[in-house]
Design a protein around this ligand. Sequence first.
Ligand code: SAM
Length: 456
Amino acid sequence: MAHMIAKNSIHTLTITALNDQAQGLGMLDGIPIIVEQALPGERIEVKIIKVTPIYLVGKLCSVLAPAQDRTQPFCQVFTRCGGCRLQHLSYPAQLDFKTDLARAQVSQVKELQTVRIHTTIGMDSPFHYRNKALYPVGLRQDKIVMGFYATHSHEIIEHPVCGIQDARIDRVMAHIRQFLECSRISIYDETQHSGLLRHVLVRIGMRSGEIMVVLVINGRDLPDKDRFISSLTHTMPEIKSLSLNCNQEKTNVILGIENRVIFGKYTIRDELGEFQFDISPSSFYQINPRQTEMLYRKAVEYAALSGKETVVDLYCGIGTISCFLACQAQQVYGIEAVESAVHDARNNAALNALKNIEFLQGEAEERLRELADRDVRPEVVVVDPPRKGCEQSVLDAIIAMQPQRMVYVSCAPKTLVRDLGYLARNGMQPLEIQPIDLFPHTTHVECVTRIERKDR
Ligand SMILES: C[S@@+](CC[C@H](N)C(=O)[O-])C[C@H]1O[C@@H](n2cnc3c(N)ncnc32)[C@H](O)[C@@H]1O
């Protein structure tokens, strides 16, 4: 029978849970309702903004009785920017939310019921942890706007001060904006595919202090280039690398293939643990270096190396985990698809005087097959795939190599448990999962899983 709740009607209800997007969940006259920014235990007043036969969406009008864990959001654009959705929840409660997220995913897979899930490791000070910002640039009523996209939209939300990124990035952005306002650099219009400047990427080596700026342009060169370079680098001498990324495609993919250095070096340097890393514009590098050290040390702990093992580090990026592993293994093979990242990885092994790492460029599955053909039989395989997880064919290739152990590093619990279930059904048993908070105030969580071969 259809329910009688009307759009725009006002109701009072109690929120009972959060979903994985941190939206509050409750029931209204027996119908499930979703309410943004409402927390479990809260008595709230809502206005119904969407009605379907099986669920409702409510807009939070007022919190009548707040949850103990409710806090004042630190950011002025909290309700508009799609970035930090958990700001209204205390940090200890955010960590519990992330542990529960991992638990809820694991509980859905029959083969994973014995897996031990540890509580999430958080940060002492969960602010200004991000080393990278990628800002779309646009025009609103002829005024330049730079910021983050609103949730599910391409509306640019400005926020000159961001509470989660390194404050030096805010300074770089402020200076670029000031320059653009009196320059001949036109702004890209995605509907017309016209104009020049599409995005600005800023990355900082938090320990070295070196800053990289990349302008993503719909073209090959920049008017006012020399003035731009001298103005920016005089104001902020920490800028050690300035490049143009040429992306002339009509696409949502942000970075084009070609990077042209217009000032300084192609890479910037950062340090993690006792290692140094050079990072080029298109390479993946974890965005929270303080927690990344924790993550990598946990991965090495779960790899349980004695110094005699052969290890494969799959999806190795610029070779960061490979370097951490190489100190405790006999030989490490890193596999990575992106050419520039492999180039960085080889340089990074040399930079850290590690001679026992070989990097192979290409698709994970193909390069694994190549290693098998070369009779490489790893005792340990570490994987750190993108959000979509591992292809089944990649898992099959790993299983065929019969490693004694695996370590699975994941930023997406959903695809993690899908892959862990498959591994468990094929002789590789996940034993424990350590969630680590690399992304405070967001709904994302990183997990490290220890996996052992069953017949050992
Ligand atoms: C989550 S990142 C991890 C990188 C690295 N382990 C780190 O901690 O910085 C995933 C990496 O996998 C690479 N990648 C994505 N698909 C791939 C594939 N099919 N084969 C090999 N590498 C791939 C990406 O380019 C990216 O560098």
